[in-house]
Write a protein that binds this ligand. Sequence first.
Ligand code: SF4
Length: 262
Amino acid sequence: MEQINARSILSPATGFIRRGGFDWTCNPYVGCSFGCTYCYAMFLPQNRRPREDWGKWFQAKINALELARRQAPKVAGRSVYLSSVTDPYLPAERSLGLTRGILEALLPYQPRLLVQTRGPLVARDLDVLVRFRSVRVNLSIPTDSESVRRAFEPKAPSLEPRWQALDRVRAAGVSTGICITPMLPLENADGFVRRIAAFAPDVVVTQHFHDSGGGFGADTGLAARSLLARNRWTEDDYRRCLAMLRDRRTVYEAEAGFFPPS
Ligand code: SF4
């Protein structure tokens, strides 16, 4: 891990996040140690390192708290997406506490806040999160299979701790979302659908991989494309599971599902 001094901790929202209605994005880290094979952030121009090194490096914005205290008034009455090009609950967050410090700095200004993560560590900060009047925590749970998760997201947290974190978020009275974006190959589609329907999160978002040939904004890098082929997972499989989910509840697809909490 490297430590850097950033110029800013809040950036104007762009792309699908802006279109979804967010004003600001907040990224306490640059790069991401979870290293998902399909991550679009590896294609961003600011991440200049070789794509095959994605997940092997990250930088902590060590002045994040000082910046957040200074910039927090900007978020009053606005919406914030935390985080768009990293995960705010990387393992390093346990000791660094950058995300927690940012939350504490934003709290007096009460933005509408979306926390987007694969990290069960988010449950640590529920004491702060419950004090936001408008907040949703989205956990990414893209499959029911640990072996698939290990193949596509080798350094991300296991799936059950994510479900347990969702339970704790719900129990604290905070709005929940489940992101299946992209949907990874499933072992038991019916069981996966039943589990999501039974949990009944406030928002469910799904997406199939899209292939823009490894270009900017792609969801599907070469490694993920070959894993998909090996698992014989196709868009038809995705569509079948989406239809099963839609038989049971409202499901948003792709960027339509990324909007601020009300
Ligand atoms: S957790 Fe998010 S930002 Fe990190 S590698 Fe995975 S998809 Fe990318």
